[in-house]
Ligand binder design. Structure first.
Ligand code: BUP
Length: 461
């Protein structure tokens, strides 16, 4: 009897850190022979997300799109991406007619961690298996899964520290800051997610054995939470290769041509993800620090949280200070808002990455063998930084505090950047060794590749 083609439906969430993982999984599942339908929650928050969907469709025309028109959630003071999570969560009931009407019938629904708990009742009512997509490191997964009890024990107060079996002690300062406030919308969503997790048929995690093997083993042995669903590490999923026609016209030629002209491993890539905007003062100080370091750099500047928001038409020259670009000359390239990061990290001229420690960005750095120098901001970023430091595949600059919150001086920037780019670089060696393991994991016989096959086999059973 021929095996039926599984029909996987994916509901992503907001922000590039989340959407990226869903779209890469969609592409990987298609290449493993699945039929894939992607539900797009509309309207999207940022231009980058809309571009990401267009790129996916033009590179994978067989992926079907279904639109989910969101109920508005009017909360102007809430972070726009968190607001969108809530909007998707509140619109979950609208999924039912979509899931009922698609053909062939849905074999499984995959949905992002940030909206998972609201989707569970819908899939349970329709008897559709549900899998959670977890976008970041395994210690963060362990944190979500144990957090409901921890939050309850702490009452209304902040959390001092957390002991998680198989993970260790996590100081309160390392967890996302809103979690100290039980009434914060992020905390409410986080607790609901932790409570609903046990109902998942499985969890597809974007991390990988070489980085997170010990914690994944603890989760799968039920040492963190008894009866925990199987966690299948399928990351770091490879970036989607854009077809020529799908390439965005953004400043690309300038920075690629410049990278091509630089000596091997001489360039520091500087970017802080799609959700961490910096103050104008900090942008100037960072710029002066990069200039003082004397190193070559490619820097993505982000002064606003959402790319399409008005930034008063401020030009780069004004953001960086008069004469800056001229002074730096050929030694540095500054791009406002966005580059194709995977192409930058894959470029032979790039030898270091000053980063915010976002899950995807850090996994991508490992996949391309570029050591990250991490200045973490909110969310999972300190947890990622801690794991990277534990494995010796990156450096966490603890004394800088939190990116987007604390200010760092140009002298400190120059010092740390020089150390990373000119030091003896044992970290560089470790990251290249882990790169080899990550790349092996993605090929036939590798842990991430076989993990995905195992998931597909489970769905068609
Ligand atoms: Br900036 C930037 N180009 O210029 P993370 C980012 N990216 O392709 P975050 C670009 O966005 P959350 C750019 O490669 C990565 O895949 C980058 O995801 C890409 O962090 C993604 O690293 C960013 O997980 O999201 O943006 O802070 O907080 O939601 O994890």
């Amino acid at each position: 009897i021929p095996t039926p083609t599984p029909h996987i439906v994916i509901l992503p969430s907001a922000g590039m850190g989340h959407l990226t993982v869903s779209t890469r999984l969609a592409a990987a599942l298609v290449s493993h022979g699945c039929l894939v339908t992607l539900i797009t929650p509309l309207p999207m928050v940022s231009e980058a997300e809309s571009n990401c969907i267009s790129n996916l469709c033009s590179s994978f025309p067989h992926i079907r799109l279904l639109e989910l028109h969101l109920l508005p959630f009017d909360a102007p003071d809430v972070d726009p991406f968190l607001r969108q999570f809530e909007s998707i969560r509140r619109s979950a009931a609208l999924l039912e007619p979509l899931l009922v009407s698609v053909t062939p019938p849905v074999s499984a629904l995959l949905t992002d961690v940030t909206v998972f708990s609201s989707v569970v009742p819908v899939t349970k009512a329709l008897r559709i298996p549900i899998y959670m997509i977890f976008t970041t490191c395994a210690s963060m997964l362990a944190l979500v899964s144990t957090f409901p009890g921890i939050r309850k024990e702490a009452g209304d107060g902040p959390i001092e520290s957390i002991d998680i079996p198989g993970v260790g002690t996590i100081p309160g300062s390392r967890i996302p800051r809103p979690l100290h406030d039980p009434k914060h919308l992020f905390t409410i969503q986080f607790v609901e997610t932790g409570e609903a997790m046990l109902q998942a048929d499985g969890i597809l995690s974007n991390t990988f054995e070489a980085l997170d093997g010990d914690i994944l083993a603890a989760l799968n042995a039920g040492a963190v939470v008894p009866g925990f669903p199987p966690v299948i590490a399928v990351g770091p999923q490879e970036p989607i290769k854009l077809r020529a026609a799908a390439r965005p016209a953004v400043e690309r030629d300038d920075w690629m041509a410049w990278l091509d002209a630089q000596p091997p491993k001489s360039v520091l890539y500087v970017a802080f993800g799609n959700r961490t905007a910096q103050s104008r003062e900090q942008i100037k100080e960072l710029g002066i620090g990069l200039e003082k370091s004397g190193c070559r750099f490619l820097w993505v500047v982000k002064s606003k949280i959402v790319d399409k928001d008005d930034d008063d038409g401020v030009e780069l020259g004004e953001l960086l200070g008069e004469g800056y670009l001229e002074r730096v000359g050929e030694r540095g390239v500054v791009v406002k808002s966005w580059v194709i990061q995977e192409e930058v990290l894959a470029h032979p001229s790039v030898g270091g990455y000053l980063s915010h420690g976002g899950g995807n960005s850090t996994f991508e750095a490992v996949l391309y063998g570029v050591p990250p120098l991490i200045w973490p901001g909110g969310g999972d970023q300190q947890m990622v930084a801690a794991q990277v430091e534990k494995r010796g595949v990156g450096v966490w600059i603890k004394e800088w505090g939190l990116c987007g919150v604390n200010q760092v001086s140009s002298d400190d920037v120059a010092k740390r950047v020089r150390e990373m780019m000119e030091g003896d670089n044992a970290v560089g060696e470790s990251v290249r060794r882990m790169q080899e393991e990550a790349v092996r994991g993605l090929g036939p016989g590798g842990s991430s590749y076989e993990g995905l096959r195992k998931f597909i086999a489970g769905v068609v059973e």
